[in-house]
Design a binder for this molecule. Structure first.
Ligand code: OAD
Length: 235
């Protein structure tokens, strides 16, 4: 099917993004050659156990990541996804990214599956905090340490966010999957749910992923470049 024929305003559209979408903004992905998990072991930094063991180390690592993310600007992929939100009457963006760049590009209908690096919460009582500019981890009034409001390995995703993500994927008629390795659950299941319910799936990635086997169209390339080329479809 021709993409131009497939893309219609009144179709229900779901976009699922992963770290590859922010790669052209200068934010490292997790896997692959220069991926974050090549240099750092997730279990040493991105787990509740790691934070319990050494709060200052984990806080410092997130400060380093905030430093990179803070300097980053959205790229054409983020901006075209923002155009998509205005184009489709029924639209939701489901992202695994914690960098907040989709919001910065203008998207409002976002489900942040893995949280947001600019938000914080108490490790003990879960009280929410906004941005904290400190070299050392701070404590909540309950005595617990304050940590980034992101999902760590071994932790559950927010139930309501996850339920909405599955429901929207089930209802989707068009589903775009951009810049994700499709290796991390439950996010990786969402395109399968969409497919089972008849959605037309378009994947954009530098390379094929496990999801590629079920997609209707695989478009190889950098998300920013590919989306820039598709921009005219969403006006
Ligand atoms: P990965 O690092 O696993 O995968 C990045 C994907 O983006 C790969 O498939 C790359 O081929 C692709 N890619 C890289 N640059 C690209 C570009 N310019 N354009 C298009 N595609 C590009 O990242 P995620 O799939 O996002 O979770 O990882 C999922 C989760 O694993 C993350 O949210 C994080 C991590 O552990 C948590 O921290 C909970």
């Amino acid at each position: 099917m021709n993409l131009k024929e497939t893309i219609k305003k009144d179709k229900k559209c779901v976009v699922l993004t992963g770290s590859g979408v922010s790669a052209e903004s200068g934010i490292p992905t997790f896997r692959g050659e220069k991926g974050l998990w090549k240099e750092y072991r997730p279990e040493e930094l991105a787990t509740p156990q790691a934070f319990t063991r050494n709060p200052p180390l984990v806080w410092k690592w997130y400060n380093w990541r905030r430093g990179i993310i803070g300097k980053a600007e959205p790229n054409p992929a983020h901006y075209v996804i923002s155009d998509m939100e205005n184009f489709f009457t029924d639209f939701i963006l489901i992202t695994q990214n914690i960098d907040g760049l989709h919001r910065k590009a203008g998207n409002k209908k976002i489900l942040e599956l893995h949280g947001n690096i600019w938000e914080n919460k108490c490790f003990n009582c879960e009280k929410k905090f906004g941005e904290i500019d400190s070299l050392e981890p701070q404590k909540c009034e309950c005595g617990g340490y304050i940590r980034p409001n992101v999902v760590w390995f071994g932790e559950s995703l927010d139930r309501e966010v996850l339920e909405t993500a599955f429901l929207k994927s089930k209802e989707a008629e068009i589903c775009f999957v951009l810049g994700t390795s499709g290796l991390v659950q439950p996010a990786a299941s969402l395109p399968y749910v969409a497919k089972e319910n008849g959605a037309y799936i378009i994947e954009i990635n530098l390379e094929r992923t496990p999801i590629s086997s079920i997609v209707d169209e695989f478009i190889p390339g950098k998300a920013g470049k590919v989306m820039e080329g598709m921009k005219k479809l969403f006006v």
